[in-house]
Design a protein around this ligand. Structure first.
Ligand code: ZN
Length: 654
């Protein structure tokens, strides 16, 4: 439920209208039920001096690329109002031309691109304007008799505008019809199948009206809100676990249809389970047309990805000639899947895309269920949605987008990922676009959506199985496996060596990798671009050191293991390679004291000791991470079973 949160003590005063607009925008942005992933914008009209000292009437409007929740002054673009008003007098303008004119109306050429809804803000006579796509409002408008429902719930003094696609045509329609309907106390404007505009002499007044109107809608809907009464037992019970390979197989199909690797995330909660009692409701369409970019028009019900793609191509063919210009078809892969056994899966080329689709669809579930309880949910028809999905401004973005990072849509599982070489590998893979599942005994905080930190002891097979499952539930599969977890027992001569240290080295450095290989192989075999494995071994495999028997033997064992995997898995399209680092001192294994002790033993300074290799350079974790990422890249597409030193050059190895 919305509640007014304007704090006059914290908000800038009337002397600072832009500051007040920033403050009010953040209040709106803080409520996902009002603005979700770009759905909403705000403005304020004021007067500023230009470079000549002349006073100019301007519209400060939200710039694209800024989120209302975190917007700052720099996120607003000042546009010359006289130019905007003249544009509204033009008979016809394409949206591309309109955007060009809006950009040209900026006072500051380096300000962000202004909102595509800028002309709507300009035509309203009020100083302050707030616009949201509030869930409660679209619940009322997305009904067969949406206009009547809106008037009966919000009051007859609210102006209602029928659906027209956002852009110049909508601004023209509003310019022609809205001003005559505005009375001094008109609180707002409802665009059917789109959202709410409120306005006032100040952002504070516009905000209070926004809260009042959304509150009226929410109170009305609260009396009808579904209690997930469809199937309460089902809603309470988590769905049974799904075999990771099943999800990975579905992800491969989705990726193949999309023509690129896709991240797939699984969501199972009471909202999803309640909705799945009657999933056919999902086939009616999105809440607002801009959601088609994120979720496509409808989710896939069940698992027939190929059937969904066929239907999408049919939809494209049916509508593609509407504008009389050639269109580039978007990939036909679903973005939201609803399945009785899986719950909801969301897909996207990046983790952020899959997460946004999930956020939007959770809201969609609530709105559809609530709309059904007050009447009947009705979205726009397919043709109107197609117009937004294939809007000229969206098509132009396709041409502008540069090549994505090479591992975009791919997933890497890295052991020992919280520190040292493992962390450097995770960073190098993420820098190239991969999502990473990081396994570690002390995993540290998950710092970003593209990183899942899992606490696990790699020598515990059940724990590793659970970690792999968690990774697949979050990202949909595993394309790359980097085995970097390892231990380096204290130096011991063979005579009188400690059997426990030997067993620990073998368990962590070799056996755990054997188990991990078995657990991950089915997923690697389903990687859309082929699986890749890199094992972090050691220079000691080729050049063992005295006192390091357990370490050297365990790394030799894991090297043989990886070579056998290269032989066994080539037929599955999986490449398996090794790196042999040496003298990487920026890891947890090396303390200042240990370094000083070793350096002294060779009669060297610490700095000279670190550079004791042919190239005379200090080898760091980052060097190893870069080589591991390179081995996973297409540059090594023809390489498997290789052992690459990362040691600055070693006479005993070359
Ligand atoms: Zn809008």
């Amino acid at each position: 439920m919305i509640s007014g949160r304007w704090d006059s003590a914290a908000a800038p005063g009337a002397h600072d209208p832009v500051g007040q607009c920033v403050y009010g925008s953040r209040l709106l942005g803080a409520e996902p039920a009002l603005v979700l992933h770009g759905g909403g914008n705000t403005s304020v009209k004021t007067t500023v001096p230009d470079v000549f000292g002349d006073l100019v009437e301007v519209l400060y409007v939200k710039g694209s690329g800024w989120d209302l929740a975190t917007i700052e002054r720099a996120g607003f673009t000042a546009l010359r109002l006289d130019r905007l008003r003249r544009l509204l007098g033009l008979g016809r303008l394409t949206d591309t031309q309109m955007m060009n004119e809006l950009r040209a109306a900026r006072l500051d050429a380096s300000a962000p691109d202004p909102s595509v809804e800028s002309l709507l803000h300009a035509l309203l006579p009020h100083a302050a304007v707030l616009h949201s796509h509030a869930d409660a409002l679209v619940t009322l408008t997305n009904q067969p008799d949406g206009a009547a429902v809106v008037r009966s719930v919000l009051g007859a003094d609210v102006v209602v505008v029928p659906y027209v696609m956002p852009g110049f045509d909508l601004a023209k329609l509003c310019a022609a019809t809205v001003p005559a309907q505005l009375a001094p106390d008109t609180p707002g404007l409802v665009l059917l199948n789109h959202g709410l505009f409120t306005f006032g002499a100040s952002t504070q007044e516009a905000y209070q009206r926004h809260v009042e109107l959304v509150g009226r809608a929410e109170r009305f809907l609260a009396r009808h809100r579904p209690q997930w009464a469809d199937e309460p037992q089902q809603a309470d019970q988590p769905r049974p676990a799904v075999a990771p390979a099943e999800i990975a197989a579905l992800r491969k199909e989705i990726s193949d249809v999309a023509g690129r690797p896709m991240v797939v995330s699984r969501h199972d909660n009471a909202r999803v389970r309640g909705f799945l009692a009657r999933p056919e409701r999902s086939q009616r369409g999105p809440l607002t047309p801009d959601h088609v970019i994120r979720t496509k028009r409808v989710p896939l019900l069940g698992r027939d990805v190929a059937g969904y793609a066929r239907e999408y191509r049919r939809y494209f063919d049916e509508h593609k000639d509407r504008r009389g210009v050639p269109l580039t078809m978007l990939d036909p892969a679903p973005r939201v899947l609803l399945d009785p056994a899986y719950g909801m899966l969301t897909a996207g080329p990046r983790v952020a895309d899959a997460d946004i689709a999930a956020d939007i669809y959770h809201h969609t579930i609530d709105v559809i269920a609530t709309a059904e309880s007050v009447g009947s949910y009705q979205a726009l028809d397919a043709a109107d949605l197609f117009d937004v999905e294939y809007w000229e401004l969206e098509q132009a973005k396709l041409g502008r987008a540069g090549a994505p990072a090479p591992f975009t849509g791919e997933v890497a599982l890295v052991t020992g990922a919280a520190s040292g070489i493992g962390r450097a590998c995770a960073q190098a893979l993420r820098a190239r676009g991969a999502a990473v599942v990081g396994l570690d005994l002390s995993p540290g905080p998950a710092e970003a959506p593209d990183y899942l930190a899992v606490r696990v002891d790699v020598t515990d097979p059940a724990g590793v199985t659970d970690a792999v499952r968690a990774g697949v539930e979050r990202f949909g599969g595993v394309d790359m496996l980097v085995a970097a977890a390892g231990v380096f027992p204290a130096a011991q001569p063979l005579a009188g060596s400690d059997p426990a240290a030997w067993r620990q080295a073998m368990a962590v450095n070799a056996e755990s990798v054997a188990y991990l290989f078995g657990a991950v192989h089915p997923l690697l075999a389903l990687a859309p671009r082929g699986g890749r494995v890199v094992v972090v071994a050691s220079k000691n495999v080729r050049a063992p050191g005295p006192g390091a028997a357990a370490y050297s033997a365990s790394k030799a064992a894991v090297t043989q293991l990886a070579r056998v995997a290269a032989l066994e898995w080539a037929g599955d399209g999986i490449r398996v390679n090794l790196v042999h680092p040496d003298a990487v001192f920026d890891t947890g294994l090396w303390t200042e004291e240990l370094l000083a002790d070793r350096a002294a033993r060779y009669g060297l300074s610490v700095a000279a000791y670190k550079r004791r290799n042919l190239l005379g350079m200090e080898v760091t974790s980052r060097h190893v991470g870069e080589v591991v990422a390179a081995l996973c890249s297409d540059g090594f597409a023809a390489t498997t079973g290789a052992q690459v030193p990362v040691d600055g050059g070693n006479e005993r190895v070359v």
